[in-house]
Ligand binder design. Structure first.
Ligand code: SF4
Length: 156
């Protein structure tokens, strides 16, 4: 059976203001009905195929994000949802913010916006499905990311 027809998604809220998360939840309601793509929102990384990340990365959550990423089996796809997850957004120059998700783990697709509309998030999920299928065909594996390397700087 095609993995792209029944992917499981884990949603990780890094440091979001919850604006993006409300739109992610809206995607799961009957109005937008993300499950029509076969998507199921689950709570454990060990059963996930796609990681949807909202919010920017900071020195407190960086290892949590890396740990979740490392636990997702290959092939896996990371979707950064919103300006904060993509670049750090309005928090990019805060003293405790490292930046967007791609500063610490590989990101496969980005959904722009602050906050993105549910339609845009669904577009990102559909893009993630085809990336996942291509990764599966090409047997592309994610690299384990080391937990060290993002320690709090002395001036933070
Ligand atoms: S992109 Fe905008 S809505 Fe989303 S977490 Fe950042 S500030 Fe909030």
């Amino acid at each position: 059976m095609s993995l792209a027809k029944s992917p499981w998604i884990i949603h990780v809220n890094c440091n979001s203001c919850n604006g993006c998360d409300i739109e992610v939840v809206a995607c799961l309601t009957p109005l937008y009905d993300a499950e029509r793509f076969g998507v199921l929102n689950i709570g454990t990384p060990k059963q996930a195929d796609i990681m949807v990340v909202t919010g920017s990365v900071n020195y407190k959550n960086v290892n949590v994000l890396k740990n979740i990423y490392n636990q997702i089996p290959d092939p896996k796809v990371v979707l950064a949802v919103g300006a904060c997850a993509s670049t750090g957004g309005i928090f990019h120059d805060c003293y405790n913010v490292i930046g967007g998700v791609d500063q610490v783990i590989p990101v496969d697709a980005y959904v722009p916006g602050c906050c993105p509309k549910p339609e845009a998030i669904l577009d990102g999920v559909v893009a993630a499905l085809s990336i996942l299928e291509n990764k599966k065909k090409g047997n592309i594996k994610g690299k384990e990311v080391p937990l060290k390397g993002n320690e709090v700087p002395s001036n933070a």
